[in-house]
Design a binder for this molecule. Sequence first.
Ligand SMILES: Nc1nc2[nH]cnc2c(=O)[nH]1
Ligand SMILES: [Zn+2]
Length: 472
Amino acid sequence: MAPSFTVFYGAIVTPETLTGYKSLPQCLLCVGSTGNIDWVVDDVEPNSVEEILKQKGCTNFELVKLLRGQCLIPGFIDTHTHAPQFPNIGSGQQYELLDWLEKVTFPTESKFSDVDYARRVYTNSVQTTISYGTTTCCYYGTIHLEGTKVLADIAHKAGQRAFIGKCNMNRNSPDNYREPTSAHSINATEALISYIRALPSHTSSAEPLVQPILTPRFAISCTSDLLNNLGDLAKKDPSLRIQTHISENHDEIKFTKDLFPDAPHYAGVYDGFGLLKHNTILAHGVHLEDAEIELISERKAGISHCPTSNFNLTSGVAPIGKYLDRGIKVGLGTDVSGGYSPSILNAVQAASVAAKVIASQSSEEAKAKTQFTGRKLPVATLFYLATLGGAEVCNLEKNVGSLEAGKAFDALLVDARPEAGNRALWNYDLVESLDDMLERFLFCGDDRNISRVYVQGSLIGGQEVVGGKPQH
Ligand SMILES: Nc1nc2[nH]cnc2c(=O)[nH]1
Ligand SMILES: [Zn+2]
């Protein structure tokens, strides 16, 4: 008989607040057949494991014992990436945003009218994000309905938790990569929503693993009529999340203001169409004005911080500390291929550097008055942004983002041992604490250190799966 429970015994590190996480070296964590975490017991000596399992009435189970140098953490949440841009990773870095879109990105995305091409690329995109430990991913597709359905199918089949959006764009892009009318764009969006919602639900997850998301590319790509219709869709179905870009680059901001002269600012454009809400994910927010920050905070929208992209496209450095001090939800995004890495670990490292750049330019006097503004981001905060912060941005924090009883088991089995093959972490044996291990994994780890990737209790990837390397 197949086991009804999977019980993990070993080290667990899980975020609690923006400034603190729990590191539990000897923990028992039980995942039930629904894929949710049934219970967690901390501080369990090896000779008490059997007794606790008996007390819990756990008889038919598989026991996974973690080794020294291994730990469980929640899966990473990528709050912003572009699945069709994976073929461009690492190219076109000489451009800034608007030229990069015109010369590199739109020509590549226009190829996704070919469904076979879409299938080849998207299979790789999804497998790549999973191998880097992304258990929840907010994907942009292209303008093409059929190709975007394929992206949803692939994420669904892979078992990843994902939001899939078909780009809405009916102006300011080439003729062969623009939707002819706003009616056409809305009809295709509605068709995608119906298609995704009809995918078979294969878990007892509180929400389906794969969900549609409204995706106006950015204000520049959409006429007022299209934004208005998207606002109506969002109003009709308040559960629909929305993803878009905001305030990434100075030329983009100026163009947006020229196109929408009556809006008070960039955020005001989205707000005016009912698209700035508690379930809106705003990528970038590098150059937001104070009035926009207040409005975003009031509307409870979230920011996807994409520092690798912001450095790579010379967009600037987003003042994330300021947003955190205003109580705005913040998660991390890879923004492939504005960002050249599909790894949230890389986003963590770039977020740390971005905050250090800001800190190096802030006076001690200014820093003394704030918790985050103008300061470096501690490891606990970086860990939070990569996990629970991302869950908040996706409005999924009740289900995922930390390893607690009642939540889905979306988790990574991290292997920081030399056997994982990452020489940057080779000397783990010299390091004493789980805190050191977390910090070194966040800064020096990569996909070789991600041994298993679980979503809703199912093993969907990681080195043990793709590399065939059993590591314990
Ligand atoms: N980084 C980035 N910014 C955008 N703004 C509008 N489209 C895009 C895109 O594809 N990538
Ligand atoms: Zn983007």
